[in-house]
Design a protein around this ligand. Sequence first.
Ligand SMILES: Cc1cc2nc3c(=O)[nH]c(=O)nc-3n(C[C@H](O)[C@H](O)[C@H](O)COP(=O)(O)OP(=O)(O)OC[C@H]3O[C@@H](n4cnc5c(N)ncnc54)[C@H](O)[C@@H]3O)c2cc1C
Length: 192
Amino acid sequence: MARLLPTGIASAGAPGGRGASDGGSAGALGCATVYFAAPEAPLPGSAIWLEGGAAGEGREAPVVSHAVTLTEVAPEYATASAVHGRHLLAATAVGEGAELDDETLVRRAESDVRAMRAAGRFGAMPALTPVAVERVPYAQFAQPPGARARRTPASLGMPGLWRASETAHSSSLEGAARGGALAAAAILAGAH
Ligand SMILES: Cc1cc2nc3c(=O)[nH]c(=O)nc-3n(C[C@H](O)[C@H](O)[C@H](O)COP(=O)(O)OP(=O)(O)OC[C@H]3O[C@@H](n4cnc5c(N)ncnc54)[C@H](O)[C@@H]3O)c2cc1C
């Protein structure tokens, strides 16, 4: 029977296997998400807001890469008693920004979310109350320019052992699905 390996088994990868391209955990990116409660939707609409700004007069370079008001999609995500308002926003930093300490990250994330709302011309920002910081180290394996050439094959060169992984394509659910399809195709083709 063929065995499929989850990401990370075949290399000295990062905890949880998230750094497991052929390059191991080197260059892997972590992410950190700051959750803010608010009485109104801080960034309105069922949309992922991308931070496209840059450092400018009186403004540090943004650390948030994207943010979404979760309660615009799922109102039940409001914090338990909704004491800080019926909306919950998630603002995520990736890479260097995700390594900032909690206090700095919360301050910078709030500043970025304010700038994003201002850019959307939605008026004054409602009160934002930080309620949690969640960190996922090694959230993405390294994908610098040229990473495509280091995509992993399904075959591990051992009879009956295969790899079905995002590392076959890209650090995404699409990459994971493609990795699974490639492994299935290799098994059906009887390749080693
Ligand atoms: C915070 C976060 C948000 C994300 N958001 C999105 C998104 O919005 N859209 C998107 O497309 N993708 C997103 N992704 C990426 C997506 O989750 C991954 O690309 C996908 O899950 C990879 O699937 P996989 O099967 O290759 O690896 P994984 O899902 O990582 O599965 C590998 C499994 O192997 C196990 N494992 C590792 N080592 C061992 C071992 N030695 N022995 C036994 N088991 C082991 C692990 O515990 C894990 O269960 C996100 C990832 C993170 C971390």
